[in-house]
Design a protein around this ligand. Structure first.
Ligand code: PLP
Length: 258
């Protein structure tokens, strides 16, 4: 037998196109040397051009997937992605609060780049009051951060970072991709202050990049890195993945298609 790998769990939605969601998470977990477990919250009918349908999984079955996984595997890290509804968000928060995994990364997935809604509008309250306070790291992009704060951020990143931290996560990775400009600046906020990560913008948007980054952070935490080191390693790994990205269908470029 080979040496055991840490087990990492993604609680998220399926992307039939294999670019985002559960599929991106499991590819990332594998690439970074962890064993990927999954609890699927929603099944999207999707390809590189967009989402055509969403079916949320019944609550009892979301719960039983989480139960099955925790009953057997030592879970070193958990990542949440698309949760679909307020009821699923509340359930996931309740299950995770009871189990207290060593690391929890919450990616507050709301709307796909293609415009499809991946979280009901009335789920925002459950996300901010129940799930986010349990998170070690919250990973919003700018539109998600604005939805969580209920206001425009503009260039006031540090104020936004402080207000997002006040929602209760131990750390916030505020992703700067939507800010425009040739360089992307991602900022990580925690009780010690802010760390900025700068990288050049590539000339395409990568479908699934948010899911991939949050999973990479989770895998790095599960492998023993500190939050700072995990965020740094995940961002530089995603940069490399972006450089190998390609277009497997007729639409969006997939970050982890290779
Ligand atoms: N589909 C699922 C299941 C997702 O979880 C996400 C994002 O988190 C997306 C689609 C959207 O991905 P993107 O906005 O990168 O295209």
């Amino acid at each position: 037998m080979t040496k055991a790998k840490p087990n990492t769990l993604t609680i998220a939605g399926s992307d039939s196109g294999g670019g985002a969601g559960i599929q991106a998470d499991l590819k990332t977990f594998r690439a970074l040397g962890t064993h990927g477990l999954s609890a699927i919250t929603a099944v999207t009918s999707q390809n590189t051009r967009g989402v055509t349908a969403v079916h949320t999984v019944p609550l009892a079955h979301v719960r039983s997937q989480i139960e099955a996984v925790f009953a057997d595997f030592p879970v070193a890290g958990v990542k949440t992605g698309m949760l679909g509804s307020a009821a699923i968000t509340r359930l996931v928060a309740k299950e995770l609060a009871a189990r207290q995994p060593a690391w929890l990364v919450v990616d507050p997935v709301m709307i796909a780049t293609s415009g499809a809604r991946l979280l009901d509008e009335n789920a925002l309250d459950a996300l901010t009051t129940r799930l986010i306070p349990l998170a070690d790291i919250l990973t919003p992009n700018l539109p998600e951060a604005e939805a969580l704060l209920g206001r425009r951020i503009g260039k006031a990143f540090d104020e936004a970072g402080a207000d997002l931290l006040a929602l209760g996560a131990r750390g916030v990775l505020l992703k700067g991709g939507h800010a425009g400009g040739r360089e992307i600046v991602d900022r990580y906020y925690d009780a010690h202050g802010v760390l900025a990560f700068r990288h050049p913008r590539l000339p395409f948007e990568g479908h699934g990049s948010g899911c991939t980054l949050a999973s990479a952070v989770t895998a790095q935490l599960a492998r023993g890195k500190s939050p700072h080191a995990a965020v740094r390693a995940a961002i530089s790994w995603l940069d490399k993945a972006f450089r190998g990205a390609w277009r497997p269908g007729g639409g969006a470029v997939h970050v982890l298609a290779h």
